[in-house]
Ligand binder design. Structure first.
Ligand code: 5GP
Length: 185
């Protein structure tokens, strides 16, 4: 039996990793897709676990050979989801979660209209900026690029099926769980 694909997007610093992580802890039967990226590995990240870290040339080869279900340039780096991996997971009957940016989410919806798009929104832009700076993992130039990306993401989020506001992590996890379970009922 074919299962559902849930695409979750949210601006950098919105805490979507925490919300998705909390959901997966409570629902380990869901599979989180591993994306490819050309960005540098952050401390603590592992190749093949957090991402498949590719060089720009390797990534371009995948684009030319039509390997991606979707891909996007985000804050100066490339990110993409491999087509074959997604179809394999769905055929194996896994419920899949893709944590990708809004440009990618819209591409997925065009190719697979049955995909469910969920946007995790910050309580406000100012709170998001504070959180992003508080992370201390990026330099000022990178933060500025990411804030620009955030504005675009909030605009694209208008096309999503659902919005979850992350003003309280536990409540956001519960909200996400209710949406997903509702779609599967
Ligand atoms: P980060 O560099 O903070 O891990 O991710 C930056 C952005 O890239 C996030 O919005 C994340 O959701 C997005 N992203 C991660 N993987 C993919 C992917 O496979 N495709 C697309 N389009 N975006 C992705």
């Amino acid at each position: 039996m074919n299962k559902k694909l849930f695409v979750i997007s949210g601006s950098s610093g919105v805490g979507k990793g925490t919300v998705i992580g909390g959901f997966l802890k409570r629902n380990p039967q869901f599979t989180l897709s591993i994306s490819c990226t050309t960005r540098k590995m952050r401390p603590g990240e592992v190749d093949g676990v957090n991402y498949f870290f590719l060089s720009k040339d390797e990534f371009k080869d995948c684009i030319e050979n039509n390997k991606f279900l979707e891909w996007a340039e985000f804050a100066g780096n490339y990110y993409g989801t491999k087509q074959k991996y997604i179809h394999q997971c769905l055929e194996e009957g896994k419920n899949l979660i893709l944590e990708i940016d809004t440009q990618g989410a819209i591409q997925v919806k065009q190719k697979m209209p049955e995909a469910v798009l969920i946007f995790i929104a910050p309580p406000s832009f100012e709170i998001l900026e504070k959180r992003l700076r508080g992370r201390h993992t990026e330099d000022e130039e990178t933060i500025q690029k990411r804030l620009e990306a955030v504005k675009k993401e909030l605009e694209r989020a208008e096309n999503f099926d659902y919005k979850v506001i992350n003003d309280d992590v536990d409540r956001a996890i519960q909200n996400l769980e209710d949406i997903i379970k509702g779609e599967l009922a």
